[in-house]
Design a protein around this ligand. Structure first.
Ligand code: PMP
Length: 443
């Protein structure tokens, strides 16, 4: 890694971190060890102890162009020196306007209105609020339920949790504060398998029985991420669009993880050639450099919201349209417009398919799946994240397994040799999990 970056490093007090700082989904009473990162460039993370790791996660789908990209860094530096923040109410600025223009041009033609939110969860909340206000404006105020499918994940705030998989624990843990929504079975047909229209029978019955109460259907298109890293058939998504049209229900697509090229299309809904009424974007929107999300909707949805008794859309966060975040997003989207990402994702996909294929023969591997820039080993057993994390670090890679999944979604600029290091580590760890001596622990 470049020495210039390392000159900016400082000591990280890991003990203070352990005692005082929450990390995602962790216990302060029993904090797991965290690895101190001092710098990152391209696809490499530089640890405090001098070790370099190849990043297989893109920092949870976000850093698609890799770290410290000079164009994004320069855009943010320039913006910080000019206008780092200003209240968005009654004031506008070029970064927000230009970002909105790019988003309107990149997404399907019906999506014309952009709400700039702070995080993915808030983009989902905004979408749900828009749907409810829309139906108030269309004199159907009883349409207040959100229909979704099992195995979904849409964020950690209360409304977002209400549409996450009902088996995930969030629904029981927080009692009545989590609204009861409607859940249909998860799709069964694989992305590259046969599509069986009968698998939609149950969801079609839910539409038929409840459409007068359903404001919107909310799903992750093509890939269910945190709910199991499953890729489902494009015709399933097309069939959902048809059901929404038939029963007068809005379709909200959550592209927060899939958006901006990850599945091989700029947006995953393009695999099915459909349009959403409301679209949620986040994570890679800024190339992962700073938090920003967006909710786009059609003219019709925006008009319905304006026709609602409130007359305005009831949401307005302090950091709405933050210029610094918008400038990072513009730079990131301009990089995507250079159209190198398609080639990069195609070669990642081809290599992942070739190199992960042998894992199908491993005892403990239940399934191997690849779509675009995502590679998944589904194991037969639940994994010990902390233990495996250390093994991956020892192998020189950053891969964070969860549940029974070992999966990667690296930055698009990863080289073939770096990708081989990731797949080698995945297979090495997966193979070791399946060794008989591991099982002997239970004898
Ligand atoms: N929707 C999906 C599909 C996601 O993957 C995530 C984040 N993992 C979210 C929503 C929530 O985004 P955030 O963490 O930025 O709130």
């Amino acid at each position: 890694m470049n020495k210039d970056i390392l000159s900016t490093t400082t000591h990280i007090d890991l003990q203070f971190d352990k005692e005082h700082l929450w990390h995602p989904y962790t216990s302060m009473a029993n904090a797991l060890p965290a690895f101190g990162v001092v710098a990152a460039k391209g696809v490499e993370l530089q640890l405090q102890d001098g070790k370099t790791l190849i990043d297989g996660t893109s920092s949870w789908w976000a850093c698609v162009h890799g770290y410290s990209h000079p164009k994004i860094v320069a855009a943010m530096q320039q913006q910080a020196a000019t206008l780092s923040h200003v209240m968005f109410g009654g004031i506008t600025h070029r970064p927000a306007v230009e970002l909105a223009r790019l988003l309107v041009n990149m997404t399907s033609p019906n999506l014309t209105k952009v709400f700039l939110a702070d995080s993915g969860s808030i983009a989902v909340e905004v979408a749900m609020k828009m749907a409810l206000q829309y139906w108030q404006g269309r004199a159907k105020p009883n349409k207040q339920k959100i229909l979704t499918i099992k195995n979904g994940y849409h964020g950690d705030t209360f409304a977002a949790m209400s549409v996450c998989d009902p088996e995930g624990g969030m629904h029981t843990m927080f009692g009545d504060l989590v609204t009861k929504q409607l859940f249909a079975p998860a799709p069964q047909s694989r992305f590259d398998g046969e599509f069986d229209p009968e698998e939609l029978n149950e969801i079609a019955a839910i539409f038929e029985d409840n459409h007068q109460q359903i404001a919107a259907l909310l799903v992750e298109p093509i890939m269910q991420g945190a709910g199991g890293m499953r890729f489902y058939h494009p015709e399933y998504l097309s069939a959902l669009r048809k059901l929404c049209d038939k029963y007068d229900v809005l379709l909200i697509l959550d592209e927060i993880a899939t958006g901006f090229g990850r599945t091989g299309k700029l947006f995953a809904y393009e695999h099915s050639d459909i349009e959403a009424d409301i679209l949620c974007l986040g994570k890679a929107l800024t190339g992962g450099y700073i938090s920003l999300a967006a909710t786009l909707c059609s003219d019709e949805v925006a008009q319905g919201v304006s026709d609602s008794p409130a007359g305005v859309f009831m949401h307005g966060p302090t950091f709405m349209g933050n210029p610094l975040a918008c400038s990072a997003a513009i730079a990131s989207l301009e990089l995507l417009q250079e159209n190198i990402w398609q080639k990069q994702i195609k070669s990642i996909e081809t290599q992942l398919k070739a190199e992960l294929a042998e894992a199908t023969a491993f005892d403990n591997v239940k399934d191997v799946r690849v779509l675009g820039g995502v590679g998944v080993l589904e194991m037969n057993t639940t994994l010990n994240t902390a233990e495996l994390q250390q093994q991956f670090v020892d192998l020189g890679v950053w891969i964070r397994p969860f549940s029974n999944l070992i999966y990667i979604m690296p930055p698009y600029c990863i080289t073939s040799a770096q990708l081989s290091q990731l797949t080698h580590a995945m297979k090495t760890v997966a193979k070791q999990i399946s060794l008989p001596c591991n099982e002997s622990v239970f004898i």
